[in-house]
Design a protein around this ligand. Structure first.
Ligand SMILES: [Fe+2]
Ligand SMILES: [Fe+2]
Length: 164
């Protein structure tokens, strides 16, 4: 299976498990917030969800795919532009997981795996938030890979955006 076919397969899985999230107006607001370089928070979360599925396939890891997709899509659901000079965003790296979790719980029904994924996704920066589940650990790795692609790799090679 080539990469494009794989991405399409993963995109279908994301749509199947998270159509309510993807169609939510609040979730779509994130298209207006920059995450890294030319990637919006929305595009970043989609890339992270696809990367999570790809990691599971590659290493044959047993996970709850629905929770994996939903937690990945909501992991940065903090709903503000962290590049603003607002003093409340100064500790963004340490605080946005809590904000994202609070917003996600307000807007969607979350299970324990999804909550842990969002809460722990900044590990090891947030050193005391050690992921409890496979899904949370995979998200930590996928988030870092995606951030690296969106920043460093994207300077030299154009990283394709996959908009769902
Ligand atoms: Fe984050
Ligand atoms: Fe992220």
């Amino acid at each position: 299976m080539n990469n494009i076919v794989k991405k399409e397969k993963y995109a279908e899985i994301v749509k199947t498990y998270a159509s309510d999230i993807l169609s939510s107006e609040r979730f779509k607001i994130q298209k207006n917030f920059v995450q890294h370089g030319k990637f919006s928070v929305y595009e970043h979360e989609v890339l992270v969800a696809l990367t999570c599925l790809s990691i599971c396939d590659k290493f044959d890891i047993d996970v709850d795919r629905k929770s994996l997709v939903r937690g990945a899509l909501l992991h940065d659901y903090f709903l503000y532009d962290w590049h603003d000079n607002d003093p409340s965003h100064r500790l963004h790296g340490f605080t946005h997981a809590d904000t994202a979790l609070r917003n996600a719980c307000n807007d969607f029904e979350l299970n324990d795996i999804e909550k842990d994924m969002i809460y722990c996704h900044m590990f090891p920066l947030n050193i005391f938030r050690v992921p409890k589940y496979n899904e949370s650990l995979i998200l930590c790795v996928a988030d870092k890979i995606s951030a690296f692609k969106e920043t460093i790799i994207n300077i030299f090679l154009k990283v394709s955006k996959y908009t769902i």
